[in-house]
Structures are given as structure tokens and as C-alpha cells.
Write a protein that binds this ligand. Structure first.
Ligand code: PRX
Length: 654
């Protein structure tokens, strides 16, 4: 299949065909506008409540919200049992694809119900009761999702810890949450190799000494490799779960029953345990998944490429899709296992219709070249999604062309671990999208861009400077975090103190309005540079750099500079086929490109051509470390780096 770029457009309206069948309509915005709480009450009715709520929102003790007051429900029942009761037990819930080729299994809703009931019974036998915390430290195997749902069914909180984290990171999370049980696997597949995982749990727990809260470690046999064992404490999943009963009656819990804890890094070294609760969280996860992804559960095959260790996996692999009765692909491995064709083969084999990924992966695919994608039939795809960082327009257009046959809508979804579910995103079928913009707040959500004093900024003009400001959420929303585990003061200080007078949540992001009033998220405020008094976002400069045909990836940091306050330092990876220019020539071209795309004031002081960028295991570029390099300092903490060796290569390149 060959394909050529159509002229890049400034804006992409939905096709008439897509609009005609879309779940979302303009009417939805109007309904939410007319009566926001009534709107949310209707969205909550998507769920099955054992006891109806009597009040939509209690905000009397702000910023501690209560949504759907008096309502009672069981989250796991909503995600599993009710679909079986509705006659959809034979529908596939999960097409699981293991990393080893040909390792796959499809699980129906009826089978999922049996598994979740067994696991809930097994956890009950281990002494887990409502309110307890359970750590889940697992690769992307079906049992990880089953364990999450079993906790939800019991009213216990799960704390999923990404399986790429170290033993000490796991220990800190076990300690903070005082988790009673850890669910893990013997090992996991990493690029074709079986590597141990359980020993990290042993290490984490051993380091807790006498204060160890862990009574049991439940181990899924994934790889069959030798596993150290502590008799009495450790149990095999297939011995205790497989033999448990498939009968389990779910209790109904209060809408504000804590559902999970998820740790995320803040400005200090100590990770924050973000607390989410049941009714509001599930309502917004379900609502956004239905409208933003235009889900048709009877026919769509949905695939979110995130890991359950992050919030995207929680809301858009587990709770959103399953509450909507979706059929989805869950893939265990990395995109290059065994080779770069893997994602495209999976899309082709399962007829994936909705694909949701991160810009960093889109840029990786770009680096590999479009021929790989074009070797496959991707015509089943009808909607694409993006999350995690601003997507540069060049990547957006490439994604739409190469994955979407230059036809599919792309939903760029802005949200955070703290917001629980998507907040700013287009509605496919309604919104004309500008590549790189997450567009506007979803119906029922309210967001503003304001200056230091809280005054709302004006929409930008077509020509000339568009000011940037702080992105705030000025009204409470159902999936909002309910606090930081064990630290209400830090919760208030971190999110609610910047605009305390107005009572707004400050998201930590900078943003600006485009000339149609759409929102352009520029990235974390700490990634915004100040060069000679001009505010310039690292993301904007990066976007300009990767807009150059020879650049595969770019990271930009502000390094302190005597004369200008901060100076822009860029690190770029060049595309393989672009080596005909010398590095010096390339650097000059790139400086000119940035001047052209943004302004001469945004020209980087330095551009370094490097072979790799330092990334966390979740794929985020660690700008803090690049700042250290740019400023010639000793490197700070590198423990969350995917590949600590990357710095030698960067230093050598300088
Ligand atoms: O800076 C924003 C960026 O990711 C941050 C939240 O990160 P995390 O809690 O790890 O959650 C990521 C997945 C929801 C935000 O403060 N971010 C996320 N999505 C976007 C984004 N920036 C721009 N556009 C997005 N679509």
C-alpha cells in the first residue's frame, strides 16, 4: 500500500459519515451547560446503583468532594457481572496477547466473572476485607486486571506499582499504604527473555524489617522460572485462586468508598499516593470512554497501549472499557518484540478499531519509518487517541496518515493521575481538531487559562504573540482525586493553594488559547523557560525541532544563563536517512527552523545531536537530568531512568 501526504491542514473536521454515527453530539455540551449537576446525575445513571444517590455533589468541605451522596454500588459488578446478566456473557472482554508470539488467550465476560469471583474468594480467605490495601506488582497479564477487579469487588483498595519499578520504589509504596497482600508474578518477559520479578518483592518486604505489614504474597506463574519462596507467606495463584468458588455475592459500597491508590511523583522526592473513590470515578471513566472514544461495544475492538501501572491503564484499560462492556486487546510486551511489526500485526489480526497511545510511541514509529505500518492492513482503525504529553503537529499528522489512512479522527486527551479521567479532549464527530491541541473541556468539565492573578486570558490572535498562563480546573468534577494518602495538608498545598482565593485546582500545566479559543497545553509549568523575560515552552521548541524532516526526537531544557536568565538547550536525535548533512549544517538548519516556527528569541543557544534521550520507564523524557547536563552539574537521581547508560552516550556526543 502506498500513501502520500495530503496538504497539511490547520484543522480537521469530522467526516459527515463519522458525525452521523457518533455517540457525542453538540447537544451534550448544551445539556451540561444548562445544568451541570443534572448532567452528571444522568451520566451516573450509566451505572447500576444498589441504592440511588440523593445528592449529586457535596462541596461544602472543599477541596474534599463527595459525589453521588448516599448512593451505593459495587464497581466490579458494574464492570463485569451486569454485562453477563444483560446476556453478553459470551462477548470477549479481553483479547490478551502475550509477548512471546502465539501466546494469546481470549476471555469472555462470563469467564472474567468467574475469575474475579474466584480471586475475591481467595483474597477473602487471606483476610482481605473492605478498606484494606493490596499491592499489585505485575506485568500486563490478565490476572493483574482480575486482581484489581477482585479488590474492587471487596471494597479493598489496590495500589498498582509498575513492574518496571525497583524493589526500593515498591517498598516505599508498600510502607506508605501499609499493604496487607502483594500480588505479583514469578517473572516477566522482556524482549524475549524471561526475567525474574518476585525477588524484587522479597527484597522490598525484607527491607521493611519489623514494621512489615505484608501478610501474604500471591504469585502468578507466568514464566516458570525458579522462584525463591517463603513458606507460609507466599502462595501460588493457581493453587489458591483456581480452586476457589466462582460464587461470590458482591456487597454494595458507598459512592465514596476508596477504590484505589496510585503513586505519582511530585516536586519533592516522596511519591504521592493519589486517592480515587468509587461512584464519581467510575461515572467519569465510563462517560468519557463512551463519548471520547465513540465506543460501540457490540462491534468495536479497542486497544489502549498503556500499562496498568499508570493511570491510563486504570481508567482506559480497566474501569472505562469494562464498565462499558467493551472488547479490548491487552498486550503484554514492547512494540519491538520480536520486531517493529508487532503492533501493526496485532491491529491487523484482531481488527482493532480504536487505538489509544502516547506521542512518544508515535514518534518512535515515525523513526522506524512508515513502510513498516504500510506493510499491514490497518483499515479496521476508525479512531485514534493520544495521551500523556502534548503531541506535536508533525506527529499528529503522521499518525493520522499512516495509522488512520488520512481519514480517522484523533482525540488528544489531556488529563492527569489526579483528574482520574479525561478532562480536555475533542468529541469525535463534533469537534474540528487542530493538530497538537487537545481543544476544549469535555461537557460537564470546566477549565480556564488564567494569569498570575487569576484573570482569564483572551483567545490568541491569528498573528502575533499568544500569551500563556496557568491551566486551572475551576469546578469540581466526579473523578477528581479525593486526596493524597495520609497527607491532607500536602493535598491542599499542592493543588489548591496557588488559586486558594478562587477555590480552583491548579493542574501544574501551562497553556494558551488559540485564536478560536481552543486550548493548547504547553506542558508542566516547570518546563516553561523564561528567556529574556519571554515565556517559551520546552514543548513548543521541541515541536518546532521535530517539525524538521531530519529530526526523530527532541528534548529541550532551560539552562541558567547570565545574560538572558535562561537559555534554551536542545538535544536531538536525527533520523537515520538524514545523515547527508554534517551535524554542524544540521544544527544551523534547526536553529533557523525554530526561529521560523516560533521566533528568533526561541532559537536554542545549543543544539546537541545525541544517539538517545534519557527516559523514564513510562517513556517521559527526564528534562531535569538534561538540565543537569546542560548546566554541567553532577547528575541528580537517575534511579527511575529506563537506561542509565544513556548519559555516557550523551556526554560523548557533546
Ligand atoms: O503535563 C500534562 C501531561 O501529563 C501530565 C499528567 O501526567 P500523568 O499524571 O502521568 O498522567 C498522564 C496520563 C493521563 C499533565 O499534567 N499530559 C497528559 N496528557 C496530555 C498532557 N499534556 C498535553 N497534552 C495531553 N494530551
Amino acid at each position: 500500500m502506498t500513501q502520500t501526504y495530503s496538504e497539511p491542514r490547520a484543522s480537521y473536521a469530522p467526516s459527515d459519515d463519522f458525525a452521523a454515527q457518533a455517540n457525542g453530539t453538540v447537544e451534550l455540551y448544551r445539556q451540561a451547560e444548562d445544568d451541570r449537576l443534572e448532567f452528571w446525575s444522568q451520566q451516573a445513571d450509566r451505572l447500576a446503583w444498589a441504592t440511588p444517590f440523593t445528592e449529586v455533589l457535596d462541596w461544602s468541605n472543599a477541596p474534599f468532594a463527595k459525589w453521588f451522596v448516599g448512593g451505593r454500588l459495587n464497581v466490579a459488578y458494574n464492570c463485569v457481572d451486569r454485562h453477563v446478566e444483560a446476556g453478553n456473557g459470551d462477548r470477549v472482554a479481553i483479547h490478551w496477547v502475550g509477548e512471546p508470539v502465539d501466546d494469546a488467550r481470549s476471555i469472555t465476560y462470563a469467564e472474567l466473572q468467574d475469575e474475579v469471583c474466584r480471586a475475591a474468594n481467595a483474597l477473602t480467605d487471606l483476610g482481605v476485607v473492605a478498606g484494606d490495601r493490596v499491592a499489585i506488582y505485575m506485568p500486563m497479564v490478565p490476572e493483574a486486571i482480575v486482581a484489581m477487579l477482585a479488590c474492587a469487588r471487596l471494597g479493598a483498595m489496590h495500589s498498582v506499582v509498575f513492574a518496571g519499578f525497583s524493589a526500593s520504589a515498591l517498598r516505599a509504596r508498600i510502607e506508605d499504604a501499609q499493604t496487607k497482600v502483594v500480588v505479583t508474578t514469578d517473572g516477566q518477559y522482556r524482549r524475549g527473555q524471561a526475567v525474574p520479578l518476585k525477588p524484587a518483592v522479597d527484597d522490598a518486604v525484607a527491607g521493611l524489617g519489623e514494621t512489615n505489614p505484608v501478610e501474604h504474597v500471591l504469585v502468578v506463574r507466568r514464566t516458570g522460572i525458579d522462584t525463591p519462596w517463603t513458606e507460609g507467606r507466599d502462595l501460588w495463584w493457581d493453587e489458591v485462586v483456581d480452586s476457589a468458588s466462582t460464587e461470590h455475592t458482591p456487597d454494595a459500597f458507598d459512592a465514596e468508598q476508596p477504590l484505589f491508590l496510585l503513586y505519582t511523583s511530585g516536586t519533592t522526592g516522596k511519591p504521592k499516593g493519589i486517592v480515587h473513590t468509587s461512584g464519581g470515578y467510575l461515572t467519569q471513566a465510563s462517560y468519557t470512554h463512551h463519548y471520547v472514544f465513540d465506543l460501540k461495544p457490540e462491534r468495536d475492538v479497542y486497544w489502549c497501549t498503556a500499562d496498568i501501572g499508570w493511570v491510563t491503564g486504570h481508567s482506559y484499560i480497566v474501569y472505562g472499557p469494562l464498565s462499558n462492556g467493551a472488547t479490548q486487546v491487552v498486550y503484554e510486551g514492547t512494540p519491538a518484540s520480536p520486531d517493529e511489526h508487532r503492533h501493526f500485526q496485532i491491529i491487523e489480526k484482531y481488527g482493532v478499531t480504536i487505538y489509544y497511545t502516547a506521542p512518544t510511541l508515535v514518534r518512535t514509529f515515525m523513526k522506524w519509518g512508515r513502510e513498516i505500518a504500510f506493510a499491514h492492513d490497518l483499515s479496521s482503525l476508525r479512531l485514534l487517541g493520544s495521551v500523556g504529553e502534548p503531541i506535536n503537529p508533525e506527529a499528529w499528522r503522521w499518525y493520522r496518515l499512516v495509522f488512520g489512512g488520512d481519514a480517522t479522527p484523533i482525540v488528544d486527551t489531556w488529563w492527569q493521575t489526579e483528574t482520574g479521567a479525561a478532562m480536555i479532549a475533542p468529541l469525535p464527530g463534533v469537534t474540528a481538531c487542530k493538530p497538537g491541541s487537545a481543544m476544549g473541556a469535555l461537557p460537564g468539565i470546566s477549565a480556564k487559562i488564567v494569569d498570575d492573578d487569576g484573570n482569564q486570558l483572551e483567545p490568541g490572535t491569528e498573528h502575533g504573540e499568544q500569551p500563556s498562563g496557568y491551566l486551572v480546573l475551576d469546578k469540581p468534577w466526579p473523578a477528581m482525586l479525593r486526596g493524597i494518602w495520609g497527607d491532607p495538608e500536602r493535598f491542599k498545598e499542592t493543588y489548591w493553594s496557588r488559586f486558594a482565593e478562587q477555590g480552583w485546582y491548579f493542574a501544574g500545566d501551562g497553556a494558551r488559547y488559540g485564536h478560536d479559543g481552543e486550548i493548547w497545553v504547553l506542558g508542566r509549568i516547570d518546563d516553561v523557560m523564561n528567556v529574556s523575560g519571554h515565556r517559551i515552552s520546552t514543548a513548543e521548541v521541541e515541536s518546532a525541532l521535530v517539525g524538521h524532516a531530519g529530526v526523530a526526537e527532541a528534548a529541550v531544557v532551560g539552562a541558567s544563563d547570565e545574560s538572558t536568565g535562561q537559555a534554551i538547550c536542545a538535544f536531538v536525535i536525527l533520523k537515520a536517512h538524514h545523515t547527508d548533512l554534517s551535524h554542524e549544517q544540521m544544527v544551523e538548519e534547526l536553529r533557523a527552523e525554530v526561529a521560523k516556527e516560533i521566533s528568533p528569541i526561541a532559537k536554542p543557544r545549543e543544539i546537541h545531536v545525541v544517539p538517545e534521550l534519557p527516559k523514564t520507564r513510562s517513556g517521559k523524557i527526564m528534562r531535569r537530568l538534561l538540565r543537569d547536563v546542560a548546566e554541567g552539574r553532577e547528575l541528580g537521581d537517575t534511579s527511575t531512568l529506563m537506561d542509565p547508560g544513556v548519559f555516557e552516550a550523551i556526554r560523548a556526543a557533546r
